[in-house]
Design a protein around this ligand. Sequence first.
Ligand code: NAD
Length: 251
Amino acid sequence: MRIKVTGMGRFDGKVVVVTGSGRGIGRATALAFAREGADVVVNVSKSVDEGNAVVEEIKALGRGAIMAKADVANEAEVEKMIKTAIDHFRKVDVLVNNAGIGISSMSYKMTKEQWDAVVDVNLTGVFNCFRAVVPRMMERRSGKIINISSVAGIDGFIGNINYAASKGGLLAFNRTAATELGRYGINVNAVAPGIIETQMTEWIKIPKYRDMYLSRIPLGRFGKPEDIASVVLFLASEEANYITGQVIRVD
Ligand code: NAD
């Protein structure tokens, strides 16, 4: 049974695009927005089944949802995704740049292909989504953009120089975009997660790594996707109207 609840959530009437939302942090974020009233564009690059499952979960909450298959690194596919979003929902209020990948290798062994693959998704992918959405937000003089960076972009990440550089670059992007877009009523902020339990961090199941990293975490546990989603929702909400260009570590 589908129950439509209205007038209850912080995001009633809002339209949110979450890239890479078939699983992990993106999925938790898409569902959290829907629970608080938003209609959501669910994006996947390959796993259509995962995307469709999230769309069904959102519809079961009584919210609108569509699945847009697009590789964020592909400019034409991103344009099409945002056009589909606007054709369907008429606007985009919030863009969450969440899609991201990692390919590990020590810096001195890394290939150009490994470098390009990660930068293309984690940094150029954000630029592609940003470019497709921002002119429409500027026209409406309103919008919230949240970039999912990483503590790796601040602290570095051994064996992942491509990932750390892309996430650090994203923080410079974040700051610059916020500075340029503030006058158009658009807030741009970033979240820098620590280690969150998703498919990206399967390696924390290896006891050696698990124990080493856990011993450095004051709260004594790894993060859950919902720990990131709640901060993204805060930054996208009216409660954060006077916050822009910031990065919140959630670690
Ligand atoms: P995940 O691998 O579970 O999910 C990533 C999602 O992005 C997947 O749905 C994947 O299909 C999608 N994706 C990958 N490439 C894409 C592309 N080219 N176009 C569109 N979608 C694409 O990982 P996650 O942990 O949920 O990661 C989400 C974001 O959080 C990423 O940007 C990641 O770098 C960041 N992050 C994760 C952690 C962590 O510990 N898990 C820590 C810091 C930052």
